[in-house]
Write a protein that binds this ligand. Sequence first.
Ligand SMILES: Cc1ncc(COP(=O)(O)O)c(C=O)c1O
Length: 448
Amino acid sequence: MASVIRSNERSGSSSDHCDTFPAATKHQTLSKPLPRHPEDPAAALANARHEFGEHGGVNMSIEASATFTVMEPETMRRMFTGELGPDRDFFFYSRHFNPTVLNLGRLMAAMEGTEAAYCTASGMSAVSSVILQLCSAGGHVVASRTLYGGTHTLLAHFLPRTCNITTSFVDIRDHEAVRSAMVQGKTNVLYFETMSNPTLTVANVPELCRMAHDKGITAVVDNTFAPMLVSPARLGADIVVHSMSKFISGAADLIAGAVCGPASFVNSLMDTRDGSLMLLGPTMNPNVAFELAGRLPHLGLRMKEHCNRALVYATRMKKLGLKVIYPGLEDHPDHVTLKSMAIKEYGYGGLVCVDMETEERANRLMKLLQTCSQFGLVAVSLGYYDTLMSCSGSSTSSELSKEEKEQSGISPGLIRMSIGFNGTLEQKWTQFEKALSKMQDPTKGVED
Ligand SMILES: Cc1ncc(COP(=O)(O)O)c(C=O)c1O
């Protein structure tokens, strides 16, 4: 251990805390029974190792170095062969493991209940590096038809062209179709999102993972839409990916991603000869890792308020006669599924969709909501403290063909709202009603 210079006595709290507060090690495989009452991610986060700063600061220090020195040159060889690694505090270059990014990874692992995690420069780099690590040329993925547009395009167009990795898209609610699309010995990955863009389809995580495992296939779940409320790995997923640019950031100021899974898999991503993260290099800046580590402790509180307001507004919008899609409403086809997976205290997610039928009506309502009543902002993305609204068919899902949009249930007038928590609930609701009444009164213009 003496061969790496350690500047920080206190941050070596691993030795103090490791035995009592290990990072979560509850990676579920289907050979283990699933927990009846999944651990609350907030409790797991609070139990994760607390890293102190170099001078005893309550926050961890930022390790900004790109490269690391060793006392004995021989140590370098041992690090490059993988014999000495970050688990024992050996670091050599920050495109490989960086201590600050690794600390954030430990928190993500605790939150998701996986053995390990590492963070990346974006959600897309987390998604692509996982697929590339699990599939070789000629590999095969079975994926949900309802995915974030970028992931869909990666699987439908980019990977077939560049790597001959092909994907069969299926309706994730049709379990028979999923089962028959997965070919034992040929399919490498079952890929889906806990809650997916833009129609808020909810996947039955335990059932889908069980089906994948029956055929020896790795289940990868994107949990960007449902952090804290659903923990896919605690429900059977092998690997969980995140775009941390959304709810986890909460401020729409950072682009970041994470891969959570077994330590062996996370290490394989960083293999100097074969690792997709190591060799493609979508490295998270340690300053970004520091920022995000300070936001995870209040993610649970924020999610509760996103979810609370989303449920209240969705219920009221429905009463006003709007066509609302929200998995917290009993008429949503996946309400029961989500209820069975989500931790009750958090709720049913922060996204609400309103179908205005035509793009023209959707644009008019969004313009009124932004300009005349300040209910929210017309912008893509989600998880911001203010409400964000976008017309999915012409924005985040515009990559899909007309047929693909129809198959995924994306109407041209579908507005996706990521419900914020700024202002008061009633203040914001009054703003919504004001815009809607103008919308329904054709004599009034947007600026009236
Ligand atoms: C579900 C989901 N996964 C992945 C991504 C990609 O994340 P990023 O923008 O951080 O690269 C997004 C982005 O919108 C997303 O919504």
